[in-house]
Write a protein that binds this ligand. Structure first.
Ligand code: C5P
Length: 413
C-alpha cells in the first residue's frame, strides 16, 4: 500500500461509520487517501471527521467549482491508483450500472480510468432484489471488482442475510490484490513503447451457424486475446480487437469489432489493415456449413448430415499477404503433446513470424483459466516461458513486439 493513492467513495448507509476505521487502517499501511461523500453519506458520517482522518479536504457535492483551489472530478478520479466504494449502496450500484452522473460520486465513477473496488452494504432484501442482481452482474461484466457483502445480522432488528459490509481487513486485502494486478501493468503505461503503432488482435471463438438457432462453437474464453489488446493499449498502441462472442467486457481504450463467424473475422481484420503488429489469438472454428439454411432444421427422427467446408485461415491469409502484411505477425498454437515442436512447424506452415504455443492438455486447465504456460517460437528458436497469468503473458509478448519493431525500424534507418 506504500505510496498508493486511494480515492474512497463513501455511500450513504449505516455502515458508513466503518469507513473511518478503513481510512485509518489504509493510512497506517502507507496509502494516501482522498474521500468523497455522497449527499446521503453526510447523514451518517461528517465531512469533518473524514477530513481529519484523511488529512485532506473531504469532497462532497457542496463544493464550489469556482474556487480555484477546488479539484475537479476528472482530477479526483485520475489522481488515484484505486477507487474504493464503501459502503456501496444499492442506489450507488444502480447509478453506476446505468451510467448516471448526477452527483460528484457518480460522476467520478463514470469518468475514471482506474480500477474500482466496490464493498456493498445494504439490507439483504435489497441485495437479493433482481434489480440489484442485474446491476451487480452488469458491473462485474464492466470490470468492477467486488468485496463482500458478508452474511450476518443487520443493523435493523430481526434482519439477517447477505448485506453486511465486508470487514476492514477484507477490504484492505481485496484492495491490495487489485493494486498488485494493476502494478504489473503500470510500467507499461509510463513506457508506452508501442506509441504510434497499430496492433490488431483477434480473440475468442467464432460461431458458425448451422441454422438460425444452432451453431458450431468452441471453448475459447477470449481471456488471452483480450489481455493482449489491453496490454498493447497500455503500451500506447492504437488497438483494434476483432472479438468473437465472449463473456468479457470490451477492454478500455481499444476499438472493438464484434463478429460471429470466421469469414466476418477475416473481413474485419482485412478492413482494419494496415497494422504494425497482428496477433491471432482467436480460436477460429475450422469448419462452417457449406450453406446454412434460413429456417430451423426440423427434427425428423434422422440426424441431418452437415455439409462442412473449411474456414479461411485468417492468420495464414494475412501472413502471406504481399501488400499490407503487418511487420510482425504472431499466431497461437493450442496443442497437446509436443507443444514446442508443433508450434515450430505451425510457424513455417502459416508464414507467421512468431508462434505462441500453449499446452491445452485438459490437466492444465488453460481454457477459461487465468494463467498460461507458453513457448514462444521465433526465427531464433524456442523459448520456454514460466507459467504466468494471461495478463503477464500479454505484457511480455507486447514488450517483445515493441522491441522487435524498434530494432527493425533502427535497422531500416
Ligand atoms: O491451425 P490452428 O487452429 O492450430 O492455428 C492456430 C493459429 O491460427 C491461431 O493463431 C489462430 O488464431 C489462427 N487461425 C486463424 N484462422 C483459422 C484457424 C486458425 O487465424 N481459420
Amino acid at each position: 500500500m506504500k505510496e498508493r493513492r486511494i480515492l474512497l467513495v463513501i455511500g450513504g448507509g449505516i455502515a458508513a461509520y466503518k469507513c473511518l476505521d478503513l481510512i485509518r487502517r489504509l493510512r497506517e499501511e502507507g496509502a494516501s487517501l482522498r474521500a468523497v461523500l455522497t449527499r446521503a453519506a453526510t447523514h451518517f458520517v461528517t465531512p469533518l471527521s473524514v477530513a481529519a482522518l484523511t488529512n485532506e479536504k473531504a469532497f462532497t457535492d457542496l463544493f464550489d467549482l469556482n474556487d480555484e483551489h477546488e479539484i475537479g472530478h476528472i482530477r479526483l478520479s485520475r489522481e488515484a491508483d484505486l477507487i474504493i466504494i464503501a459502503p456501496a449502496t444499492a442506489d450507488l450500484l444502480a447509478k453506476m450500472a446505468g451510467g448516471h452522473a448526477d452527483d460528484l460520486a457518480s460522476t467520478i465513477l463514470l469518468a475514471t480510468d482506474k480500477p474500482v473496488l466496490a464493498a456493498p452494504a445494504m439490507n439483504p432484501r435489497m441485495w437479493l432484489n433482481p434489480a440489484t442482481r442485474r446491476n451487480v452482474a452488469q458491473l462485474e461484466a464492466d470490470g468492477i471488482r467486488f468485496v463482500g457483502p458478508n452474511t450476518g445480522e443487520m443493523a435493523e432488528r430481526d434482519e439477517a442475510g447477505p448485506g453486511r459490509l465486508a470487514e476492514v481487513p477484507e477490504i484492505i486485502a481485496a484492495a491490495r490484490k487489485v493494486l498488485a494486478e494493476q502494478r504489473s501493468v503500470t510500467p507499461l503505461r509510463t513506457g508506452r513503447p508501442l506509441a504510434g503503432r497499430h496492433v490488431i488482435v483477434t480473440s475468442g471463438p467464432t460461431h458458425e451457424p448451422i441454422d438460425p438457432v444452432r451453431y458450431i462453437a468452441n471453448r475459447s474464453s477470449g481471456k488471452q486475446g483480450h489481455a493482449i489488446a489491453k496490454a498493447a493499449a497500455a503500451f500506447g498502441a492504437r488497438v483494434t480487437l476483432v472479438a468473437g462472442p465472449v463473456m468479457l467486457p470490451d477492454p478500455p481504450g481499444v476499438r472493438v469489432v464484434h463478429i460471429e463467424t470466421a469469414e466476418q473475422m477475416l473481413q474485419a481484420v482485412e478492413t482494419s489493415l494496415p497494422a504494425d503488429v497482428a496477433v491471432f489469438a482467436a480460436a477460429v472454428a475450422d469448419w462452417r456449413l457449406a450453406s446454412a439454411p434460413d429456417e430451423k432444421i426440423k427434427k425428423t427422427g434422422r440426424a441431418p448430415a452437415l455439409d462442412l467446408v473449411e474456414n479461411p485461415d485468417i492468420l495464414a491469409t494475412i501472413a502471406k499477404r504481399g501488400a499490407q502484411r503487418p511487420d510482425l505477425v504472431i499466431g497461437f498454437a493450442a496443442e497437446t503433446g509436443d507443444v514446442a515442436a508443433s508450434a515450430a512447424s505451425k510457424r513455417k506452415a502459416k508464414g507467421a513470424d512468431w508462434i505462441v504455443g500453449n499446452d491445452v492438455s485438459p490437466e492444465n486447465g488453460i481454457f477459461g483459466g487465468d494463467s498460461n504456460s507458453v513457448h514462444l517460437v521465433t526465427e531464433k528458436g524456442i523459448e520456454d516461458w514460466p507459467s504466468m497469468s494471461k495478463d503477464a503473458v500479454a505484457e511480455r509478448l507486447m514488450l517483445r513486439a515493441a522491441e522487435y519493431l524498434r530494432t527493425r525500424t533502427a535497422a531500416a534507418e
